[in-house]
Design a binder for this molecule. Structure first.
Ligand code: ADP
Ligand code: MG
Length: 327
C-alpha cells in the first residue's frame, strides 16, 4: 500500500518542554520507529507533519529580534519549519533504516499549497498562532504590524493571540515531483505544517499569503495527489471518541463516511482538533481512497494493520450492503 502518514504537532513537540531541541529529537526518534515498522511491513510512505508549536516559536523570535533583524512574513516562517522538522525526520528515519540495513533515501520537499484568494477564511481569521498577549501589547501589535488579534480565553491577563486565516487547500504545487520521488522508492516528507499557502495571480504566478493551512486537510490533498491507498493520521489519542471527555465517552473502532459525518454533525469532533482529522479521512474515502485511520503516534504501524485506532471507510455500495461485512 501507499500510505500518507500525518504526524501531529503535539506528537512532534510534546506538551511539556515545548521547543527544547532534545525533546524534538526524542519525538522524531519515536516517529521514526513507527515509520520503520510501516516500511518493514512493505508499504510506501509519504510523511507529513504539523508545525503549530514550531511556527509559533519562530513568530515570537521574529518579534523579539525585530529591532535588529527584519521579521519575515508568516509564509516564509511556514517554509522554515518545513526545513527544521523535515531535517530531523530525515535524519532520524535515515538512522532507523540504516540500523536495519534498509537502503532507502529519505527526502523532504518544501511544499507549496494552493489556496483561493477569495476563500472566506481571509475575511475571517480564526487560527490562533504564536504567543499569548495582554490587551495592551495586543493593541500595539495590531496597530504596528497589522495583526488581527482576538481574545482566545475568557479571562486572564494574557488572553489574546494573533489569529490568521486558515483557507482550504486546493492543490499541492509539487505533487508531480513528490509522486515521482515516491515511485522511485524514496520516503518523502512533504506538505509540512499544511504546506506554504500560495495564490496564483492572473498569469499563474504564485505569491505567498499569510495563512496557515490545516495540516490534516492538506494531508488529505497530498494523499489524493500521490494516489495513496491509505491516510494514517497519528496524534496523541488512541482512538476517535464519542462524547470525548464526557460521561459515556467511548472509543470508535470503525465508522463509514456517512456515520462519521453524522457524528460530526452531532458535535463530537471539535473544529480545532479532531474535526479536521475526521473530515480529512471522510473526504479521502469519498474521493476514492480505500482507508482512513486515526491513531496514536505510538501505534501507527499496528493501526494500519487494524490492531489499533479508528478506521474510516467509504459507505458500502448497495451490493456490498446485502453481503455480510468481512472480518
Ligand atoms: P495534533 O497536533 O495531532 O493535530 P490536536 O490537538 O489538533 O493534535 O488533536 C488531537 C486532540 O483532539 C486530542 O489530544 C484530544 O484532546 C482532542 N479531541 C477532541 N475531540 C476528540 C474526540 N472526539 N476524540 C478523541 N480526541 C478528541
Ligand atoms: Mg491539530
Amino acid at each position: 500500500m501507499r500510505v500518507v502518514v500525518a504526524l501531529g504537532g503535539n506528537a512532534l513537540d510534546g506538551k511539556t518542554r515545548q521547543g527544547v531541541y532534545a525533546a524534538q529529537v526524542r519525538n522524531a526518534l519515536a516517529a521514526s520507529r513507527q515509520i520503520l515498522e510501516i516500511v518493514k511491513a512493505g508499504h510506501q510512505v509519504v510523511l507529513t507533519h504539523g508545525n503549530g508549536p514550531q511556527v509559533g516559536n519562530l513568530a515570537l523570535q521574529q518579534e523579539l529580534s525585530a529591532a535588529d533583524v527584519p521579521p519575515q512574513p508568516l509564509h516564509v516562517l511556514d517554509s522554515m519549519t518545513q526545513g527544521q522538522i523535515g531535517y530531523l525526520l530525515q535524519r532520524e528515519i535515515g538512522n532507523a533504516l540504516k540500523e536495519c540495513s534498509i537502503a532507502r533515501p529519505v527526502v523532504s520537499v518544501v511544499t507549496q499549497v494552493l489556496v483561493d484568494a477569495k476563500d472566506g477564511a481571509f475575511g475571517d481569521p480564526t487560527k490562533p498562532i504564536g504567543p499569548f498577549y495582554d490587551q495592551g501589547t495586543a493593541k500595539r501589535l495590531a496597530k504596528e504590524r497589522g495583526y488581527v488579534i482576538r481574545r482566545v480565553k475568557p479571562r486572564g491577563a494574557r488572553a489574546f493571540r494573533r489569529v490568521v486565516p486558515s483557507p482550504e487547500p486546493i492543490g499541492i504545487v509539487e505533487a508531480g515531483a513528490i509522486s515521482t520521488l515516491v515511485r522511485s522508492g524514496a520516503i518523502v516528507v512533504a506538505s509540512g505544517g499544511g504546506g506554504v499557502p500560495v495564490v496564483p495571480d492572473r498569469r499563474g504566478r504564485l505569491r505567498g499569503v499569510d495563512a496557515v493551512v490545516d495540516k490534516d486537510l492538506a494531508a488529505e490533498k497530498l494523499a489524493e495527489a500521490v494516489d495513496a491507498d491509505a491516510l494514517l493520521i497519528l496524534t496523541d489519542v488512541e482512538k476517535v471518541k464519542l462524547s470525548y471527555g464526557k460521561p459515556g465517552e467511548r472509543g470508535i473502532d470503525r465508522m463509514t463516511a456517512t456515520e462519521a459525518r453524522r457524528h460530526a454533525g452531532e458535535g463530537h469532533f471539535p473544529a480545532g482538533s479532531m474535526g479536521p482529522k475526521v473530515l480529512a479521512c471522510v473526504r479521502f474515502v469519498e474521493r476514492g481512497g480505500a482507508l482512513g485511520v486515526i491513531a496514536s503516534f505510538r501505534k501507527g504501524a499496528e493501526a494500519l494493520e487494524g490492531g489499533s485506532g479508528t478506521r474510516i471507510t467509504a459507505d458500502p455500495t448497495p451490493r456490498e450492503k446485502g453481503r455480510k461485512e468481512p472480518g
